[in-house]
Unconditional design. Structure first.
Length: 758
């Protein structure tokens, strides 16, 4: 009997010693069982109240531990996970990988045992280089999306970390991750016979992933380090943004932020908004006021399973990246561009015209009459700019549309095949064609063309982007990228001096022009930093396919010298354009008076008294916000940005003037003391003066009971035009379309009125 008992014990000992081990539910004949794979008693140094970083929300709580055993400290890191309802170990893992951008994992989903966990990594040194090499291929690193890199085989041993300073462990045959679990009813940690997909969490559960490098076993550590909460970049003032078109068919649009320390913060909008994104093919972004407007061609990319789409227009807080609103429908067309008009209104450029956007109430309005038509790829709207008086919008094939933002009226179309439009430092408007730049007078719209001597402009209509045509706000110069033809980029950045009309067609060379696969600009490609006056050039690698994974951002100084290059994480970013924060308010000079005395018409040049450190000063919009005594003083701002004060009667008026620079506004009050003669009350009641029709096409009629002494007419640049009064009428049929000011002096008063000539 004793002999039989001994044989039985020896058999059981041999059985357990050589028992087949399962790794995440997968039977492994190559791994022999051992006692430390049954259970382990460990007294950890922390409990749930010590956990600092909790992911998710709900009443249930679980702890998630990763132990690398790689001699790098801290080693065994712990996170917390909260949820309601049912959750698995895989749910917890994925939620933490998505939330904590320092943590990343290698997964093989879809096996018969669920998702196999092949590797875990953690950015220990804060370099944000969560990349992996497969089979030593350092040319094309692989980057996790939402913290996860997927593979389709048990090839985990082939992966290494791009940053040797990070935690990383992966393997299946040469190393592997053992899975230890503990539920509230358990006294000890137990070795899990199932994988994370089948692991059902309980309130109070612990999951420990313990790496076995070289197939060597390590006990669960008694010393666990709570992970500090992940904090994404929150200061978006010192640096610039790069809006990304993103990989069509895979991800919706995104935006990265490059801070002044050179750190690239990826997908900052998604990080701030629980993995929300923009629409499909985000091609344009701009900051107006304190809001960031992102425009995408389509509302959503159906292939994106990682990020929640935001629509053709997404409005975010420019300081925090927090989402304010999103719009799938922007009038029926696809998105192209956006421009702020005033504090309460903007314009959306779409494939089917220009639409009004109510900034104050966050509503898409109606189409501006005359801006539609021509078809989605023959009459689409391109870039738009706001001068101090008008909005200039490029319309494919048609030309440059000139819109009066006071009335949302199309007042002129400058015909031509233009690609883009900008405003120079001196306030002049410039548009570009294939091989010429065209100066557009800002108020008369008269054009003057200058032929580009040898090169061409890199067009942007094929698959529309904002184009490289850019203006400096510090120098009176323009920049763009040349081309071989309308679809193939050249290698040079061209500089044009607005003052001297001189071209420099080799101002700077695009880097990376050696070897088989060269760097080429993508999207807008080129923008000018309004504060530093540096040029920001974004490039990708030619050659299609995997080459588009490689992207760079280059910085050039005012002399065309390359001063910095940043290499982005390899991914199909398809960068669209750089956008710069708006940190400064417009500043009104101390030379602007607080009080003036007028006895006849007086003029104050408002252009000379206001500026903006990080915006184009010539584009600052000046307007009269209020006039406390309009019967005493007439106050108007003419087309030349001059404040015209006309005394109408003796008295005092407080004139409040608003200066709007890119949506940021300051106001100044000017006290005007008028010494003009005052009309008797009874006589004043008899005064009647009107000008009609307005708008006018041919004959303008002036009606008054007073004796008209003289009439003057000015265009909106302030220049006098021919105006012959004949029996109370003026024939304006020969005048160009536009806005004019009529000034009529009677024996009792002076009248001024703006008219529109159709």
């Amino acid at each position: 009997m004793k002999k039989f008992y001994l044989l039985t014990m020896l058999f059981l000992f041999a059985f357990f010693t050589n028992a087949q081990v399962t790794v995440q539910g997968v039977p492994r004949n190559d791994i022999q069982g051992s006692s430390n794979q049954l259970n382990t008693t460990v007294a950890t140094n922390i409990n749930f109240s010590d956990i600092q970083y909790w992911v998710g929300s709900g009443t249930n709580e679980a702890a998630f531990v990763v132990q690398w055993n790689d001699s790098k400290n801290p080693d065994a890191l712990v996170w917390g996970f909260r949820w309601n309802g049912n959750a698995t170990g895989e749910d917890m893992l994925r939620a933490i990988a998505q939330a904590d951008h320092r943590f990343f994992t290698l997964l093989y989903p879809g096996t018969q045992f669920g998702t196999a966990i092949g590797g875990f990594g953690f950015d220990l040194n804060g370099q944000n280089t969560n990349a992996l090499y497969k089979n030593g291929n350092t040319t094309y690193p692989l980057y996790p999306v939402s913290g996860v890199l997927n593979t389709s085989a048990y090839d985990f041993d082939d992966f290494t970390a791009a940053d040797a300073g990070d935690h990383w462990g992966s393997g299946w045959y040469n190393s592997y991750w053992s899975y230890w679990v503990k539920d509230p009813a358990d006294a000890d940690f137990g070795y899990s016979g199932v994988g994370a997909t089948s692991r059902v969490l309980q309130n109070g559960s612990w999951d420990v992933w313990n790496f076995n490098p070289g197939m060597n076993s390590f006990p669960v550590s008694s010393t666990l380090t709570p992970v500090s909460a992940y904090v994404s970049a929150a200061n978006f003032t010192n640096g610039y943004f790069m809006v990304n078109e993103e990989w069509f068919g895979h991800t919706n649009g995104s935006v990265n932020f490059i801070d002044n320390n050179g750190q690239v913060n990826y997908r900052v909008y998604s990080n701030a908004n629980n993995n929300h994104a923009f629409g499909a093919t985000t091609q344009y972004g701009t900051i107006y006021g304190d809001k960031f407007y992102f425009i995408s061609k389509q509302a959503a990319d159906g292939g994106d399973t990682q990020y929640t789409p935001g629509g053709r227009l997404v409005v975010a807080n420019a300081h925090t990246m927090q989402k304010i609103a999103g719009f799938n429908n922007i009038g029926g067309g696809d998105g192209r561009s956006f421009v702020g008009v005033n504090e309460n209104k903007g314009y959306i450029g779409a494939s089917n015209g220009v639409y009004v956007f109510d900034i104050a109430n966050l509503q898409v309005g109606s189409l501006i009459t005359g801006t539609g038509g021509g078809g989605q790829y023959a009459g689409q709207i391109g870039n738009m700019i706001r001068s101090s008086k008008y909005v200039f919008a490029v319309k494919q094939s048609a030309g440059i549309l000139v819109i009066d933002p006071a009335t949302d009226t199309l007042i002129s179309t400058i015909p031509g095949a233009f690609h883009s439009v900008v405003q120079a430092k001196d306030g002049s408007i410039w548009a570009i064609q294939d091989q010429k730049v065209v100066n557009i007078h800002p108020t008369t719209f008269v054009t003057t063309s200058y032929n580009i001597p040898t090169t061409k402009y890199l067009g942007s209509w094929g698959a529309w982007n904002a184009g490289s045509f850019s203006a400096s706000s510090k120098q009176n110069v323009l920049y763009w990228i040349n081309s071989v033809n309308s679809f193939v980029s050249g290698t040079q950045i061209v500089k044009f001096d607005v003052t001297t009309k001189a071209f420099n067609e080799s101002f700077a060379t695009i880097p990376g022009q050696t070897g088989t696969y060269k760097q080429i600009p993508y999207g807008a490609g080129l923008r000018v930093n309004p504060t530093t006056d540096e040029l920001i050039l974004n490039t990708t690698e030619s050659g299609f396919g995997a080459h588009y994974q490689k992207n760079w951002i280059h910085t050039f100084d005012v002399n065309g010298t390359l001063t910095n290059t940043k290499t982005l994480n390899d991914y199909y970013w398809f960068p669209a354009m750089a956008v710069f924060p708006d940190n400064s308010l417009p500043a009104v000079s101390s030379t602007f008076p607080s009080q003036v005395n007028v006895s006849n018409a007086s003029v104050i040049d408002l252009k000379a008294v206001v500026s903006d450190e990080d915006n184009l000063s010539s584009a600052i919009v000046k307007s009269i916000k209020s006039n406390s005594n309009p019967s005493a003083v007439s106050a108007v701002i003419n087309a030349n940005d001059e404040l015209v004060l006309t005394p109408l009667a003796s008295g005092t008026a407080d004139i409040k003037i608003s200066f709007n620079s890119n949506g940021k506004t300051v106001e100044k009050v000017l006290t005007v003391n008028s010494t003009a003669s005052t009309l008797a009350t009874a006589e004043a009641k008899k005064i009647e003066f009107s000008i009609y029709p307005n708008p006018v096409t041919d004959i303008l009629t002036l009606k008054t009971h007073e004796k008209i002494q003289n009439v003057s007419m000015y265009d909106d640049s302030g220049r006098i035009v021919n105006a012959q009064l004949n029996n109370g009428q003026i024939n304006v049929s020969a005048l160009p379309k536009g806005i004019y000011i009529i000034k009529a002096v009677t024996d009792k008063a002076v009248y001024q009125q703006k008219i529109i000539k159709n």
